[in-house]
Design a protein around this ligand. Structure first.
Ligand code: ATP
Length: 303
């Protein structure tokens, strides 16, 4: 019975049930380092991170055997750089992201991190190197401190607070009567969308992982929150290998590389400048629309 109160175990159990939930939808939670040793290949090795470069090499994948969603995807997300995934809805962007923590494995092709095929890497060591910030941050019942520490159960209070400061969350946290002990989640206080985002970024930062997977929020936040979230994200992205499903035009324009996907394939890749010049390209068509009033990638039509 005592063991039931062990927070690491509780988190591990929560993680397993959440992992099941993921099968139905996009990733709804941030990756943990409490993953039990599950489904590792015999002889699986620990990931050795150097520059944290991610390479997709001819990756095919489908959620069921009859239909390939990714039909041979290849690209490199360079270490320490930001790679933005754009493309019409259903192109496979979320699917690409979900293969990196190995929520699913490719049916063909490889995903390499610093040259190591992740199929032969322990999930725990793989996920230790990753942090994830989703569109809809998941807050469970517990204190703000617990919710940040969920990113790394061994983090000290000081580390939790550092992460919160860097995510521009500290000030709104200490403005609460109970500060870091304030309960959130179902029976806790209600946080604004921007506050939730910043807690989620703090949770990612406390992991100190070199790779950040990011599904940018589409829903508009109020202007003040928007600015705080953007500053927090800029900090989180700096120096990390970032693969982002980009919804904001500024993210796309500032990315080191843009990967344009359509129907499960990479159809174009390059910088914003290079892609915007290919007048017949999908990205250029998107960009022309942007020049007028469009603020998010979704506001543009790809067709
Ligand atoms: P969006 O911008 O709308 O999120 P996307 O480019 O991220 O789109 P994915 O979410 O990767 O695209 O979806 C690609 C295809 O895979 C879609 O046809 C989608 O219906 C399907 N799909 C996504 N997740 C699952 C799942 N868990 N089970 C079955 N099919 C799925």
């Amino acid at each position: 019975l005592l063991m039931a109160y062990d927070p690491a175990r509780r988190l591990a159990r929560l993680q397993v049930s959440l992992e099941r939930a993921v099968v139905n939808a996009r990733m709804i939670y941030e990756i943990l380092d409490t993953v039990p040793h599950q489904r590792d290949k015999p002889g699986a090795r620990e990931l050795v991170l150097q520059g944290a470069q991610i390479e997709f090499h001819n990756v095919r994948f489908g959620y069921n055997e009859n239909e390939d969603i990714l039909k041979g995807v290849s690209f490199i997300a360079e270490g320490g750089k930001t790679t933005a995934l754009v493309g019409p809805s259903g192109a496979g962007k979320s699917t690409v992201i979900s293969l990196i923590p190995r929520f699913y494995d490719p049916s063909q092709g490889e995903i390499l991190i610093d040259g190591q095929d992740i199929a032969g890497i322990t999930k725990q060591s793989l996920r230790n190197g990753l942090a994830y910030v989703s569109q809809q941050p998941y807050l469970f019942e517990g204190s703000i401190r617990d919710n940040i520490r969920y990113g790394r159960p061994s983090a000290t209070d000081a580390e939790v607070e550092d992460a919160a400061r860097l995510a521009f969350a500290h000030d709104f946290i200490i403005a609460q009567r109970q500060g870091y002990d304030t309960p959130v989640g179902e029976n806790g206080i209600t946080l604004s969308g921007g506050q939730r985002q910043r807690l989620s970024i703090a949770r990612a930062l406390v992991r100190k992982a070199p790779i950040l997977l990011l599904d940018e929020a589409t829903s508009a936040l109020d202007t003040e929150s928007e600015a705080a979230v953007q500053k927090a994200l800029d900090y989180a992205m700096d120096g990390r290998t970032v693969v982002v499903i980009a919804h904001r035009l500024s993210t796309v324009v500032n990315a080191d590389k843009i990967i344009v996907m359509k129907d499960g394939l990479v159809v174009e890749e390059g910088t914003h400048e290079a892609l915007a010049q290919r007048s017949d390209g999908l990205y250029a068509r998107l960009h022309n629309l942007h020049d007028k009033t469009v603020q998010t990638v979704e506001d543009a039509t790809f067709e």
